[in-house]
Design a binder for this molecule. Structure first.
Ligand SMILES: [Zn+2]
Length: 148
């Protein structure tokens, strides 16, 4: 079954960007999420494609070191990231299917909200979560810190 939010997205793909800009989070986080939606993060697969990284082994995920780091893998399907999402869902008291597409992940996330203010608050939680995953990833890469 497709939710009404999902139907809105399918009919109106740019609606996700309206949610991003309407959410009250710092502008750098909005810009980060915007780039994630467009596949323009400096993830290792993008660096490999642009030949900034030369070896596919250098493009492995900073968390699991098993798969190439794509935006979808890093933020949603990596076992480390999924553990964070499951904690987040448990905290919110919901059960949501894990998907790899950032737009669909965001759009299915706030469906638990009823009012616009609830949806915006839940979108802020989603944006803070992906931003936090990105910050931990950068700490692991640039400071040698662990994922936990
Ligand atoms: Zn991984």
């Amino acid at each position: 079954m497709v939710s009404s939010t999902m139907e809105q997205y399918l009919l109106e793909p740019d609606s996700v960007f309206q949610w991003i800009w309407a959410t009250q989070v710092p502008s750098n986080i909005k810009a980060f999420v915007w780039r994630a939606m467009l596949g323009r993060l400096q993830t290792r697969d993008n660096l490999l494609r642009r030949q900034i990284l030369r070896d596919v082994d250098d493009a492995k995920c900073a968390f699991c070191r098993l798969e190439v780091e794509t935006c979808s893998h890093l933020l949603f399907t990596c076992s480390e990231s999924m553990a964070i999402w499951y904690e987040c869902f448990a905290w919110l008291g919901v059960s949501i299917a894990q998907v790899a597409d950032p737009r669909i992940h965001l759009l299915q996330f706030p469906v638990i909200g009823i009012s616009k203010s609830q949806k915006l608050a839940e979108t802020a939680i989603w944006m803070a979560t992906v931003w936090s995953i990105w910050c931990v990833r950068n700490r692991v890469i640039f400071s040698g810190g662990g994922a936990r």
